[in-house]
Ligand binder design. Structure first.
Ligand SMILES: [Zn+2]
Length: 221
């Protein structure tokens, strides 16, 4: 992880990055040295507010992964990422002991780490990646380190009994799990379709829903 990556090229992300960058400037650090604890906490809270705004904007984008220093890919909800995602917690030590920012810190760098925030496309572009065993981000569908998975797509209406037990996903990668049941009920309004999957939160009821399943792998050229 590095403290330099901005969450997104957005005004909020840039403002947060600029606020963090201040703490690395000699003039600013000298100015902080002359401030009271109350004033220092006020500066910290301003920075925290900007960082929280940038973090929230990133979380709202819904396309969020964090890469740890060890190179593991985490979901932002991972317990082990909490202290990086929660900016109030990240700055907690400095808020409690603002003198840390006057150069009175046992740490080499008292400024809390800003995590390496990535989109799925960026994770996909990484030559190697390991999913965190704790939050288990589902990266299998992106896995093309050496081989790439090939997929067959079909609308839910085309599911047949031969597909029972086959593991399905939605085209954006969400795992539905093995198909367990197909039900078509004729009602006065027409056909009511329903396909049940082992790991899906809800059955698929729209027969036009596109699904995919793995049909093989091929080596990348
Ligand atoms: Zn994790």
């Amino acid at each position: 992880m590095t403290g330099l990556t901005s969450p997104a090229v957005s005004p909020a992300g840039q403002a947060a990055a600029a606020a963090r960058e201040l703490y690395r400037q000699k003039d600013y650090i000298s100015a902080l040295a002359g401030q009271s604890d109350v004033e220092l906490r006020e500066r910290i809270r301003e920075t925290v507010a900007l960082e929280e705004q940038a973090m929230q904007e990133w979380l709202d984008s819904g396309d969020c992964y964090i890469v740890s220093l060890a190179g593991k890919v985490h979901l932002p909800t991972c317990d082990s990422m909490k202290r990086f995602v929660d900016r109030q917690a990240a700055w907690g030590l400095n808020l409690r002991f603002p003198e840390r920012l006057r150069g009175d810190s046992p740490d080499e760098d008292p400024i809390p780490v800003w995590p390496l925030l990535k989109t799925r496309a960026q994770i996909e572009a990484m030559p190697r990646r390991t999913a965190c065993p704790l939050c288990k981000p589902d990266l299998a569908h992106l896995d093309k380190a050496r081989r790439t998975v090939t997929w067959t797509y079909l609308p839910a209406r085309s599911l047949k009994s031969k597909h029972f037990g086959t593991e399905f996903r939605l085209p954006e990668g969400t795992l539905l799990g093995p198909l367990t049941k197909i039900t078509t009920v004729e009602t006065i309004d027409g056909l009511n379709f329903r396909a049940d999957f082992e790991h899906a939160e809800a059955p698929v009821t729209d027969p036009d829903t596109e699904l995919m399943y793995q049909t093989g792998t091929r080596a990348l050229a």
